[in-house]
Design a protein around this ligand. Structure first.
Ligand SMILES: Cc1cc2nc3c(=O)[nH]c(=O)nc-3n(C[C@H](O)[C@H](O)[C@H](O)COP(=O)(O)O)c2cc1C
Length: 210
């Protein structure tokens, strides 16, 4: 089983990164192979809205995008994976622009017929809810602000997964990170580890159900 982690924080050793690392360790503890993408280190251009990718050959697993960057290579691994962990800090009550920029480019995984006005695009590789995702969001605002800070982030990520029929297994908000105590952060790291393990258990259940 392959689980991919995506870090939307520009800080590769910040709170969000540490939580993602633990979550991936949790997934590995259940036998998953993991790979992590630190989006800040990758060449990810803005979607230009040309519609080329989702209008070309419906037989392709990944629509061809005229932009030359790292996204097509990331998506080749993305379509092979069984599970995903998305980790982003809250920036202005949503995911970071870095995460959003990547999520927008996953439109390459969709197809829309030229005359399908007003309809949602179709996934080129629908997961039939066999694939699962987990989200980790960190913020300066304490946990009680989850609804206003983290929920919009979860919704942003989920709206991209909806088309591909990828199920959400777990959502975790870690608030108050800017002055969190070492002891409290260690507890949250434990939770992240469990999130990773739980994600793999949930995917296994689906795979065993056939
Ligand atoms: C531009 C910017 C906007 C931010 N907006 C919010 C916000 O709306 N809500 C919040 O709780 N924290 C906000 N923060 C704080 C970050 O979420 C926090 O520093 C981050 O989660 C820490 O994770 P990191 O160590 O990976 O950077 C913001 C930080 C920056 C730099």
């Amino acid at each position: 089983m392959l689980v991919l982690g995506f870090l939307g924080s520009p800080k590769v050793n910040g709170h969000c990164s540490k939580l993602l690392r633990k979550a991936l360790e949790g997934a590995e503890s259940r036998g998953a192979v993991t790979k992590r993408f630190d989006l800040i280190k990758l060449n990810i251009k803005y979607c230009k809205g040309c519609n080329t990718c989702y209008r070309n050959n419906p037989g392709l697993l990944i629509g061809k995008c005229p932009l030359k960057d790292d996204v097509a290579a990331i998506l080749k691994e993305y379509v092979k994976a069984d599970g995903y962990i998305f980790a982003s800090p809250v920036y202005d009550a949503n995911v970071t622009a870095l995460m959003k920029t990547f999520l927008e480019r996953t439109i390459m995984l969709s197809y829309k017929a030229p005359d399908a006005y007003g309809k949602l695009p179709e996934s080129r590789c629908p997961a039939n809810f066999k694939k699962k995702a987990a989200f980790i969001v960190t913020g300066a605002a304490v946990d009680e602000y989850k609804e206003v800070m983290a929920d919009p982030c979860f919704d942003s990520i989920e709206s991209h997964l909806m088309i591909a029929q990828v199920d959400t297994a777990h959502e975790m908000y870690v608030g108050g990170v800017e002055n969190i105590t070492g002891e409290r952060f260690a507890e949250r790291l434990d939770e992240a580890y469990k999130l990773g393990a739980h994600l793999v258990d949930e995917i296994e259940k689906e795979l065993n159900a056939g």
